[in-house]
Design a protein around this ligand. Sequence first.
Ligand SMILES: CCCCC/C=C\C/C=C\C/C=C\C/C=C\CCCC(=O)SCCNC(=O)CCNC(=O)[C@H](O)C(C)(C)COP(=O)(O)OP(=O)(O)OC[C@H]1O[C@@H](n2cnc3c(N)ncnc32)[C@H](O)[C@@H]1OP(=O)(O)O
Length: 182
Amino acid sequence: MNSIELPADAELPSRHPKAPAPGTELPVHYQRCFGCGDVDAGLHLKIRAGEGLTVTGLFQVTEHHQGAPGLAHGGLLAAAFDETLGSLNWLLHTTTVTGRLETDFRRPVPVDSTLHILAKVDGLAGRKLYVSAEGRLNAVDGPLALTARGLFVKVGIEHFVKHGRPQDIAEAVDERGFEVNP
Ligand SMILES: CCCCC/C=C\C/C=C\C/C=C\C/C=C\CCCC(=O)SCCNC(=O)CCNC(=O)[C@H](O)C(C)(C)COP(=O)(O)OP(=O)(O)OC[C@H]1O[C@@H](n2cnc3c(N)ncnc32)[C@H](O)[C@@H]1OP(=O)(O)O
């Protein structure tokens, strides 16, 4: 498939009236999520709602995240973007999964740096949510290290019930009553 292009019929969706206020730290959507949950080996991303259809993510790169010596692993950086882009769901009160994710690595990300990720919704066409993000080193206006574009696809709760491992589904139900974006 080709690069992700915003289709001509895409429209900018509305921010949901109950979206978390700008500046609010978003809740963990699932405690065992590798991106945002309380997982030892996870990314421990801190994501906040921004203005409009934006969220900001902070990824603290540690020695556990290396690919090359002293540098962050590209796949983990893509995961940090995936998680931050997925968190845009909170602003729309919708549920999507990643269909396609393109990541451009423009500058190495050293261990001990903080990656400041700014993600936004670019448009919605049917079930397809088009999103994009940039990541900067150590400051919101720091050097540009990564850019990404994503295509997320709206799904219903049944997607997780059908495909997920039963014991994890049961645990998630206990955790939050299976409510998404309460
Ligand atoms: C316990 C429950 C907890 C649930 C929590 C859930 C949400 C919580 C809410 C907020 C969450 C906050 C943070 C977000 C958290 C995490 C972020 C990370 C997210 C992930 O890490 S998520 C895992 C990786 N992700 C997958 O595991 C998806 C596997 N996949 C599939 O499950 C199917 O593949 C699916 C469903 C994508 C589509 O399947 P489908 O049968 O429903 O629909 P279909 O195929 O018709 O596609 C419909 C239209 O999308 C186009 N389309 C589809 N895929 C495309 C592609 N790759 N490139 C270009 N276009 C594509 C088609 O071309 C068509 O376009 P058109 O309508 O124009 O024809």
